[in-house]
Design a protein around this ligand. Structure first.
Ligand code: PLP
Ligand code: SF4
Length: 404
């Protein structure tokens, strides 16, 4: 056909440049049916009804901006794979759980997840401009399109006010930036009236799927109610566009550090090569890779999950090979409410009281002397009996001396 996906979208929807720059226009023109999608991307006629069937269980929603990033002629396009329903979502639906992280069990009031001692997650809506096929909150989709009621927000704010151990609140969703600036401003003002809340974070994918949302008014709010941090969710270097770069630049100008949480996805970003490029591109636009999540065990996402080892291979391929600033922490979020647990490639070959044998990123091994906890005591209290650990150490070095 010759025409690119972007051109087809522009032909079909005919936005003015001002409309294309307006996040609300994109929001209103989200692609939400398999039929509408098939008018833009090549989908075999018999596949359309299959996708439509999947979408009755796990709905579909793609912003025109994000869909325009799809490169024509690639059935494995990473943008398409993150946004287009897949028959395997329902075929493999017996694997995975609806609420693997048991967030409902950690909610003292509706909408607030308080799992860690000093921070809490405030879920203000379940609406997202783009429904990611790998979403951990996929279970929420069927209840569809709610924004938390003012009375529930009141209860959450009161819980936060009454819980002085919480110093970090994460405004999350869904995507909290689907709320307009007036509502967000109101929420920020109320949170800021709680003296023990030191930092506020946003968890939002808007910089990736609809960067037009990061407008001057939102940045003013962040500046006014700061310190505010923003965590976003780039998964692939193709998502790093001039529009995304502009959004990040405006956030940074408003004093908002931007960090990234990537989900490791089979066939999308599960190679060292892609992750290195992603890391480099993120640093170039001044976004710090924060977490690399192993994909959670969620019903309808099994086809996108990799073995845990893949994450460790990727970390191996990053550490030492690229800027340390660009190496995220690899975490699994364990079922049963255990929270995030970091995993690291094993760089330790052997470990004793005296010495570690370690290997570096090139696979070379090195020995590293392990200082004793009581080395200082040894000099100052030579008269007192040595600790058992020190006694063992001395005995061993005596034996070694005798041998040589
Ligand atoms: C991830 C998460 C947090 C924040 O964790 P950090 O490691 O501080 O980024 C807080 N609460 C819940 C429930 C979470 O899942
Ligand atoms: S932006 Fe986050 S919450 Fe929204 S669909 Fe994607 S993964 Fe789920």
């Amino acid at each position: 056909m010759g025409e690119s996906i972007r051109e087809r979208i522009l032909d079909l929807l005919r936005p003015t440049p001002a409309e294309w720059a307006d996040w609300k226009w994109h929001f209103r023109h989200r692609i939400t049916t398999a039929e509408a999608l098939a008018r833009i991307v090549p989908i075999a006629p018999d596949a359309v009804s299959r996708l439509a069937a999947v979408a009755t269980k796990f709905p579909l929603s793609i912003t025109p901006y994000y869909l325009a990033l799809v490169r024509d002629g690639d059935p494995d396009d990473p943008i398409l794979q993150q946004s287009m329903p897949d028959p395997r979502e329902t075929a493999l639906a017996d694997l995975g759980e609806d609420d693997p992280l048991e967030e409902s069990a950690d909610s003292p009031v509706p909408g607030l997840v308080h799992r860690y001692p000093d921070r809490a997650l405030l879920v203000v809506t379940d609406i997202c401009p783009l429904l990611c096929r790998h979403c951990t909150r996929k279970r929420e989709w069927e209840f569809g399109n709610w924004v938390r009621r003012p009375s529930e927000i009141d209860a959450a704010v009161e819980y936060l006010r009454a819980t002085p151990t919480i110093r970090d609140v994460i405004i999350s969703g869904g995507d909290p930036l689907t709320l307009d600036n007036a509502r967000l401003g109101d929420l920020l003002a109320r949170l800021r009236s709680i003296p023990h809340l030191e930092i506020i974070r946003f968890g939002t994918r808007f910089p990736v799927v609809l960067p037009q949302r990061i407008d001057a008014e939102f940045c003013r709010l962040c500046d006014r109610y700061g310190p505010i941090w923003l965590n976003t969710h780039f998964n692939h270097p193709n998502e790093i566009t001039p529009e995304a770069e502009r959004a990040v630049r405006e956030l940074l100008r408003a004093g908002v550090p931007v960090n990234n949480q990537t989900v490791l996805l089979r066939g999308i970003n599960d190679t060292v090569e892609i992750q290195r490029r992603l890391s480099r591109e993120l640093l170039r636009i001044r976004v710090r890779p924060y977490y690399l999540y192993h994909a959670d065990e969620v019903r309808g996402t099994e086809h996108l999950r990799t073995p845990v080892e893949r994450g460790l291979e990727i970390l191996e391929g990053l550490r030492g090979h690229t800027s340390g600033l660009g190496v995220p922490t690899f975490v699994i979020d364990v079922p049963g409410g255990g929270g995030k647990i970091p995993l690291l490639p094993n760089y330790v070959v052997s470990w004793t009281d005296e010495e570690l044998t370690v290997r570096n990123y090139e696979g070379l091994t090195f020995r590293y002397r392990n200082p004793a906890d009581d080395a200082a005591d040894r000099a100052s209290t030579a008269a007192s009996p040595p600790s058992p650990r020190l006694a063992r150490r001395r005995q061993r070095s005596d034996t070694a001396r005798k041998r040589s």
